[in-house]
Design a protein around this ligand. Structure first.
Ligand code: HEC
Ligand code: HEC
Length: 196
């Protein structure tokens, strides 16, 4: 009888060990296509977002994407709706997702640029030297995101969050570029940048 109890205890122990190990192995085994489908529910099947205030990822610099995914997984850049999708990402999965989205063609989605504010946007962008980091094409480089063909509503939202110090985990090099700009100035910049 005692032998049987010891047997069941050791079996329960082995099962508990297996239960601890299996989800970890499983988390790394999610096929890339399945991940892309999850991300696509918000960011668009082709990486161009159909949803207001959700950024397009298509054509973003690979390192920018990888860096942001890392910051999100670690909870430094906190985006509540994204948390369940990023918290289990393995390093290799983040690299594969970054490569995938960097290789897609960016297309402007949502409202088109307002021609009435483009000249003001160009003037502000020149004065504040946006191109010195985001490149003259505004296609972004390294950890600096693409602004060209990004959704205008998202750019306005991002610029406002950065100006008002509300973007969690933000790189502070951007803060000086938007300091003391009005909402109308930010909208002009967003329209101009998206139109490139
Ligand atoms: C439920 C909707 C949702 C899902 C699913 C989702 N995201 Fe997001 N994602 C967002 C929102 C919202 C933001 C912008 C948050 C903000 O700054 O306001 C965002 C931002 C991002 C950014 C930052 C882009 C930038 O220009 O700053 C990256 C990179 C990103 N998501 C990648 C992914 C990847 C990869 C997946 C799949 C593993 C994914 N997201 C799944 C909603 C989602
Ligand atoms: C000194 C370099 C530098 C300059 C100058 C600069 N930026 Fe940035 N910008 C960055 C970096 C780095 C980030 C990424 C911020 C982060 O990690 O949170 C960024 C992020 C952004 C974002 C967020 C986009 C996204 O996809 O989430 C917008 C919008 C933006 N910049 C617009 C501008 C505009 C408009 C100007 C000029 C008025 C400008 N930037 C000038 C470096 C710069």
């Amino acid at each position: 009888m005692i032998g049987a109890v010891a047997f069941w205890r050791s079996l329960a122990f082995s099962l508990a060990t297996v239960a601890v190990c299996v989800p970890r192995a499983g988390a790394q085994a999610v096929p890339l296509a399945e991940r892309i489908e999850q991300c696509g529910g918000c960011h668009g099947a082709d990486g161009n977002s159909p949803i207001e205030k959700i950024p397009s990822l298509a054509g973003q610099p690979e390192f920018f994407l990888l860096n942001q995914l890392f910051l999100m997984r670690e909870g430094v850049r906190l985006i509540e709706p994204m948390t369940p999708f990023v918290k289990s990402l393995a390093d290799g999965e983040m690299a594969a997702l970054a490569k995938h989205y960097a290789g897609l063609q960016p297309k402007l989605t949502g409202a088109g640029p307002d021609p009435a504010v483009l000249a003001r946007g160009a003037e502000l962008a020149a004065a504040r030297r946006c191109a010195s980091c985001h490149l003259p094409s505004l296609a972004g480089q390294e950890q600096m995101p693409r602004l060209a063909k990004q959704r205008i509503d998202y750019l306005i939202h991002a610029l406002t969050d950065i100006r008002d110090s509300r973007r969690s985990g933000a790189d502070t090099v951007m803060s000086a570029s938007v300091v003391a700009l009005s909402d109308a100035d930010l909208a002009a910049l967003a329209n101009y940048a998206a139109s490139k």
